[in-house]
Each structure stands twice: as structure tokens, then as C-alpha cells.
Design a binder for this molecule. Structure first.
Ligand code: MTE
Ligand code: MO
Length: 304
């Protein structure tokens, strides 16, 4: 792969100046090794991923000002206003449970596990809106493989940081804290499943789940847990925050499915942020070709 140094590339070649300056912040984080810095740059200069959609991107402004991150408040503007106090460095992620080599990773170690890729994914929120977001990250599988899951590792549980000092929303009982999510092991190891550390070529903004968050593009947005500190491999299906809060509304699987309505609203259509007319929601959010096989033979009305 051709690796170009930042100085070889005029800012105008890739992006407006203001964004380029933010990219330098990302490069500083990614510069754990010179190779990694090169790889990161290669991703940022548009190495297209076969997993990326070619649909028009939402703007950086839209992606960073209309968020769900209940640790910082329940309205869409709250995370951008309140998450800036979160201290994201140093940051560790414990990967534990049914693994031969459980390990606590520093963020910099995780960045060295695989070349950073740009993945342009649709995100479909269970509330009925969607966006197209250019994430930067590594496959979750490349982290899980390091700890060598045992034969008993059937599920993966994820937890967000628990710290009511920094996360004022955790002083209320709106959800069961820390925010918890889970995947089946084959979903977690699927190549589409991404651990994101950036978007739009920059370090992940805090309101989007800095410094590291999950992105599972064929599931409703709430499965994509933010600011992760713990990942546990286990034999049993883990409890999840939204399922605990309203089990009849939010199932464990939560695959995007226009044929299964939420008890209080249809899931057949969605509004792309920035657009007026609604779009038809696609099965598995349009990723059916890649992931439908994971659910062959399952009743998706029952396992919603
Ligand atoms: N820790 C945590 N992760 C979370 C949430 C949350 O409240 N807390 N909200 C979820 C929901 S409902 C959605 S739609 C997405 C939104 O991601 P975005 O704000 O980056 O678009 O994050 C998900 N991850
Ligand atoms: Mo959501």
C-alpha cells in the first residue's frame, strides 16, 4: 500500500482546512507507531472499503449535534453540550471472561491491532431516524481474537464507563447503569462489526462515544454502545439496558426489521436526518446480503 506522509498531501487535496486541522489531532492519537500513522492516513485519504455505502454522507454538524447518549441527558442536544467534560485519556478496555488470554488494553494498544479503516455505514435509530456516517475503526474481531475466546464463549457483553461524577445522567435512574449491550459471538466476530475510534477522519467526538464505541450497522442504533470500558465473553446471553428497561419494546437481537413494528410505532419507514420525505427501511438496514445468514431458521418476530 502506498503510504504518504501528512506533509506530502495538500489539505485542499482531501478536505477543507478546518477539518484538516482536526485530522492532525487524530494523527497524533494514531501515531502510536509510524506504520500505524501511515495506515491511518491511507484510510483517511479514502481507501474505499467494500463494506461502505456510496450514499450521500450526513454532515459532520448533523452527526455531532443530534445524538443519543443518555449518560449526558435524554434530549438530542444534551450529549454535545454535556459530554465535553468526559476525560477520555488515559482509557482502558478490559476484555475478560471465557478467554484463554484475558487482557486489559490501553487505547493505544487497540489502535495497533489492525490497520484503521474508513467504513461509511448507515445508522438506523429505533426511534425512526437514520444517518450515513464515515466511521474510522478496526473490526471488533481483531480485538477478540487476541484474547483467544474459549469454546464456551457464546455471547459478548459490553459495558460503558460508570462514573456519575463525569456522567450526570447516571445520577438519575432513567436506565440501569452502566449502559450494557450484548451480541452473539458470531455477530461480534462478523467483519461488518466495527470498533470505532473516529469519524470524518478525526478522533471520535465525545458525544459520539469517545474514545471507543461499537458500531453494528444492521441493528438499531442502541446496540452500538459508546465509551466502552469492559467486554466480557460468556456462555449465557447477557442482560442489556434497553431490554431491562422495556422488554416488550427492545429485544436482545434488535435487527433492523421493517416487518416487525415497535409496539408504539411502525418500523417500515425512516427519516434520513436532513431530508424531508421518508425512506423505506430496508431489512437488516440494507446489510441483509452480508448478515441474513446469521439468522437462518430463526423466527424474527419472536427474536426481535
Ligand atoms: N453508552 C451509551 N451508548 C449508546 C447510547 C446511550 O445512551 N449510552 N445511545 C444509543 C442510541 S439509542 C443510538 S441511536 C446511538 C447513537 O449514536 P450517535 O449519537 O453517534 O449517532 O448510540 C447508542 N449508544
Ligand atoms: Mo437510538
Amino acid at each position: 500500500m502506498l503510504i504518504r506522509r501528512p506533509t506530502d498531501i495538500a489539505p485542499s487535496e482531501i478536505t477543507p482546512q478546518a477539518q484538516y486541522l482536526r485530522r492532525r489531532e487524530f494523527m497524533a492519537l494514531a501515531a502510536a507507531t509510524p506504520l500505524l500513522a501511515g495506515e491511518a492516513l491511507a484510510a483517511l485519504t479514502g481507501k474505499p472499503s467494500p463494506f461502505s455505502t456510496t450514499e450521500a454522507l450526513n454532515t459532520r454538524q448533523q452527526i455531532t449535534s443530534y445524538n443519543n447518549f443518555y449518560e449526558f441527558g435524554t434530549s438530542k442536544e444534551d450529549p454535545a453540550a454535556n459530554a465535553q467534560r468526559l476525560k477520555t485519556s488515559p482509557w482502558q478496555v478490559a476484555v475478560e471472561g471465557e478467554a484463554l488470554k484475558p487482557k486489559v488494553f490501553g487505547l493505544e494498544e487497540i489502535l495497533k491491532l489492525a490497520p484503521l479503516e474508513e467504513r461509511i455505514y448507515r445508522l438506523r435509530c429505533v426511534e425512526g431516524w437514520s444517518m450515513v456516517i464515515p466511521w474510522i475503526g478496526i473490526p471488533l474481531a481483531s480485538l477478540l481474537k487476541v484474547v483467544q475466546p474459549t469454546g464456551k464463549a457464546k455471547f459478548v457483553a459490553f459495558e460503558t464507563l460508570l462514573d456519575p461524577q463525569q456522567m450526570p445522567g447516571q445520577r438519575t435512574r432513567v436506565l440501569d447503569w452502566p449502559y450494557k449491550e450484548g451480541l452473539r459471538i458470531d455477530e461480534a466476530l462478523h467483519p461488518l462489526t466495527l470498533l470505532a475510534v473516529g469519524l470524518y477522519g478525526e478522533v471520535l467526538p465525545k458525544q459520539n462515544g469517545a474514545p471507543i464505541r461499537l458500531v453494528v450497522p444492521w441493528k438499531y442504533g442502541f446496540k452500538s454502545i459508546k465509551s466502552i470500558v469492559r467486554i466480557r465473553l460468556q456462555e449465557t446471553q447477557p442482560p442489556t439496558s434497553w431490554n431491562l428497561a422495556a422488554p416488550n419494546e427492545y429485544g436482545f437481537y434488535s435487527n433492523v426489521n421493517p416487518a416487525v413494528a415497535h409496539p408504539r410505532w411502525s418500523q417500515a419507514t425512516e427519516r434520513r436526518i436532513g431530508e424531508f420525505f421518508k425512506r423505506k427501511t430496508l431489512p437488516f438496514n440494507g446489510y441483509g446480503e452480508q448478515v441474513a445468514g446469521l439468522y437462518r431458521g430463526m423466527d424474527l418476530q419472536k427474536f426481535f
